[in-house]
Design a protein around this ligand. Structure first.
Ligand code: 1GP
Length: 250
């Protein structure tokens, strides 16, 4: 049976075609700032809040950030962990993810084995997701020891995505890397989407209405933005990205 958060996401995608999620990196923000970002993002029309980063934030701080978000908005929270330390009892759900193009078994299945008992204990909803790093890959690529798939090799991204699907992962994430200059190209999204029978998430370097519209039109079901919350006019900028998604939605 599907969990509550996954069901909510699928219903939103069915109704709106493509949805937006805001990624909050706990390392870069105080709990008070996180509540403001969550409120602003909700006002702009985001569907859920993801929490995670590529480097380290203390467990205590992560817990405080999530508690602040939960207090501020009634949107679901989904952990986006880079390691076992990215698990918090206060989140509704967690991307139970494997970095499919990592050369290190720790990021394929090792961290997941260490984290699984905690997820059970805390009763967090696990949502199975295959994570694929493409293009420059940013910090996530380095930390996760991934062999990033070049943007001009959409067929390789498709092979990874299909492998994830056949393993039973219901979500596939094409990650260009946080803050990268060039987001995942529409051609790669289109090719993966054509063959994939899973929900497709795209993120990394999406900053404008046009980029979001192009990703939505190419077939992204979920578009994630993280860095955008750091700019002064973040509320406006996130609203523009969501407008782009709506205008050009598939
Ligand atoms: C990173 O895909 C996300 O994991 C979001 O990237 O921070 O560039 O929006 P940005």
């Amino acid at each position: 049976m599907l969990g509550r958060v996954e069901k909510y996401l699928l219903e939103k995608i069915a109704a709106e075609k493509t949805i937006h999620m805001t990624l909050i990196d706990p390392e870069k923000i105080t709990p008070a700032q996180a509540s403001i970002v969550a409120e602003n993002s909700k006002d702009s029309g985001t569907t859920a809040i993801m929490i995670g980063g590529s480097t380290f934030s203390s467990q205590e701080h992560l817990d405080a950030v999530i508690q602040a978000i939960k207090k501020a908005v009634d949107l679901p929270t989904i952990l986006f962990p880079n390691n076992v330390s990215g698990i918090s009892r206060y989140s509704d759900a967690i991307w139970f993810m494997s970095l499919l193009n990592s050369v290190d078994p720790y990021f394929l299945v090792g961290a997941q084995i260490l984290g699984a008992p905690l997820i059970k204990k805390f009763n967090i909803e696990p949502i199975p997701m295959g994570y694929i790093i493409v293009g420059q890959g940013g910090t996530a690529g380095v930390v996760g020891k991934a062999i990033a798939i070049p943007y001009d090799k959409p067929e390789l991204a498709t092979a990874h995505a299909l492998a994830g699907q056949y393993f039973g992962m219901r979500f596939i994430y094409l990650e260009g890397g946080s803050g990268v200059a060039n987001p995942v190209p529409p051609e790669m999204i289109r090719t993966v989407k054509k063959y994939l029978d899973a929900t497709l998430i795209v993120g990394g370097g999406i900053r404008t209405r046009e980029q979001a519209a192009a990703a939505a039109q190419a077939g992204a079901d979920i578009i994630v933005t993280g860095n955008l919350i750091e700019v002064a006019d973040n509320k406006q900028r996130i609203a523009e990205v969501i407008e782009g998604i709506k205008q050009k939605s598939k």
